[in-house]
Design a binder for this molecule. Sequence first.
Ligand code: ZN
Ligand code: ZN
Length: 336
Amino acid sequence: MTDELRVKFWGVRGSYPTPGAGTVKYGGNTACVEIRAGERTIILDAGTGIIPLGRELTRGHALEVVLLLSHLHHDHTQGFPFFVPAYMPNARLHIFGPGGTPETLSRVLEHNQSSETFPVSLRDMASSKEIQSVRESQVVVWGGAGVHVTDSGEGLGNDNDALVIRIHKSYAHPGGVYVYRITWRGKSVVYATDTEGYVGMDHRLVQFAKDADLLIHDAQYSEEHYRGQLAGFPSTQGYGHSTVAMACEVAAACEAGQLVLFHHDPAYTDALVTGMEAAARAKFSDAQAAYEGLEMAFSLNPSPLHAGQSSAASRASEMGKGVRGYERDVKYAHND
Ligand SMILES: [Zn+2]
Ligand SMILES: [Zn+2]
């Protein structure tokens, strides 16, 4: 059994892809992050970064992945028609995202591949696909019995090896956006892209992201750009994206282990993003700017399945902070 939760960034750019000499260091593909939990693969968003990820995944055998869409803006879906596993008959995709009814998500994805706009329809992609709009109160669980959606985490049972995916609906982006918290054996990653900070902080997000080992947070704009003080650029206040300071404020308040700045502005050069990274580190020491190919690994606690029959309290003291983290997240999952 693997003892790490792994995170890899495949697309870190917001709005539109930006190839070219000025974006070589951080990369030009739009949003896509891969999370590996043992044999299980979770993909956050389907920007163009999902295209090289798809090629990588086809090197494996039978494929089963969970794809979580934060929202349905182009930079989070435009790579999907080119996601090779979606064309493979032995691949199984569970796709979740926002939408007013359970069918909203499939309707939008079908529309993205209507005959007028793309040569292959969604249903002609040979993989098996379960596409479902989910609600904030629902919890996606990937355990020994497969992938299923539960209401408020009920049915988690004793599957301590299950991946638990919780949802926070943010209104700080046009049309709203889902923030996801992925937890496996005591480690948590929170993916908060396309969100703008509030005056006095986004307290709901802070609560949702509390004690995450990794917070991936939108930091599209420099302070000057946001305020309209960058020559040639209008103020972007209200556009639904954050500054470095907003991302750091949330990371500090939720006591995240690490912060990754995400959704870089397409107009920003590598030098500008490097400057923003430095600004972030002055506010939150364990911060870095996402770049294509960035990989992070989080060591897991010994599996609770193998932790013997000791009480929860003694397990916590035996195994340290991480196990407390595990219990914290399971508790959190039951408290919604
Ligand atoms: Zn975006
Ligand atoms: Zn967006």
